[in-house]
Design a protein around this ligand. Structure first.
Ligand code: KG4
Ligand code: ZN
Length: 341
């Protein structure tokens, strides 16, 4: 009998992760080794340190994910327990990606199973599906991370179109840059959310870039507006600046996600990516979806941030759609999300 288990591997940025997922929907194990502490003192991810840390951690992380899923690593070749191994091939840091890709290809060769190269962004699309297997499609996935801001129509697993995209900075990048300017530390999103809690979100009216104009996003002007405001008003209360900035980002994200949902007649909205951990964003999306009469799927915090379960899920649907990838497939640091209709 063919197995329905996929081993997923994710090393595109600062999380070393491996997971075993059944039929693209049921998580059998998910192990994430975060490097946040390693990079915090530099105020951002240092690519060389990330690559080296992945190299040290990848084997123990893979072994732990296999044993937590009840698989015997010494019998994987004979037992046919794995259907395939999926690994993120991009976008991401090249030195980090290479560690996961090389590990995945080596395991695929050793155990005689297919290798599937996964687009990291495609992985994020399946995070909500993993936690809500009965989710009704089509949905709009609002994918908001440190590197990306996209709204995507997911029509059925493996098939999606891009509705809107940032024309400059990603939402998480804006959080990180504003936090750095306000001296709040790294990563910026949680730092801004923390200080903004209880502060006045209406203290300063920052622009809501492109709100009401199409489905694309823009955050660079908003970041500049915060910087200009603070320079012109050195007496401004930092917590109020942070709360007002966060309110502007949330208004834009939710307004555009709802507009996207209307455009495709979506049954629901899924949040995905690191910024989806933001409390005010979750609250505003809850209110807006209720008003709109559509479902809201909010992944757990662990599923919002980078993990390998979403990569294994994507690999399952990719394998079904396109078959295995060649072992010559290389890292693609600037890979974009291509439409798959
Ligand atoms: O998806 P992710 O873990 O990594 C990638 O970029 O792929 O996202 C990290 C981003 C960072 O920019 C971080 O500041 C942001 O997500 N983030 C948040 C929150 N937690 C993480 N932004 C706003 N509020 C949060 N609570
Ligand atoms: Zn990510």
């Amino acid at each position: 009998m063919t197995s329905s288990l996929i081993l997923g591997i994710e090393t595109s940025c600062d999380e070393t992760a491996a997971a075993v997922v059944e039929e693209g929907r049921v998580v059998r194990s998910s192990v994430v080794s975060s490097q946040i502490d390693l990079h915090a003192r530099y105020g951002g991810v240092v690519p060389e340190l990330a690559g080296r840390a992945h190299l040290e951690r990848i084997v123990p992380v893979i072994l732990e994910s296999l044993s937590a899923a009840g698989l015997d690593v010494f019998r994987l070749r004979e037992s046919n327990a794995l259907r395939a191994i999926g690994a993120t091939v991009g976008p991401g840091l090249v030195g980090s990606l290479l560690v996961g890709i090389s590990a995945a290809k080596s395991c695929a060769l050793a155990w005689g199973v297919p290798f599937v190269g996964v687009n990291h962004l495609e992985g994020h699309l399946y995070a909500a599906l993993l936690e809500n297997p009965d989710l009704e499609l089509p949905v709009v996935v609002l994918l908001v991370s440190g590197g990306h801001t996209l709204s995507v129509a997911l029509k059925r697993p493996g098939h999606y179109t891009i509705l809107g995209e940032t024309v400059d900075d990603a939402a998480g990048e804006a959080f990180d840059k504003v936090a750095r300017f306000l001296d709040l530390g790294y990563p910026g999103g949680p730092a801004i959310e923390r200080i903004a809690s209880g502060a006045d979100r209406e203290a300063i009216v920052f622009p809501r870039p492109l709100l009401g104009t199409g489905l694309d996003f823009s955050f660079s002007g908003l970041k500049t507006a915060v910087i200009h405001y603070v320079r012109a008003h050195p007496e401004a209360v930092t917590a109020d600046v942070a709360a007002s900035f966060q309110a502007a980002v949330v208004d834009v994200l939710v307004g555009k996600a709802i507009a996207a949902a209307r455009e495709i007649g979506a049954r629901g909205l899924c949040l995905a990516g690191g910024v989806a951990a933001n409390g005010p964003l979750r609250e505003a999306a809850t209110v807006a979806c209720e008003k709109e009469g559509i479902a809201l799927y909010v992944p757990s915090l662990a599923m919002c941030t980078d993990n390998a379960a979403m990569i294994a899920a994507a690999a399952w649907f990719l394998l079904e759609r396109d078959g295995p990838s060649p072992l010559s497939l290389d890292a693609k640091p600037n890979l974009r999300l291509a439409e798959a209709t």
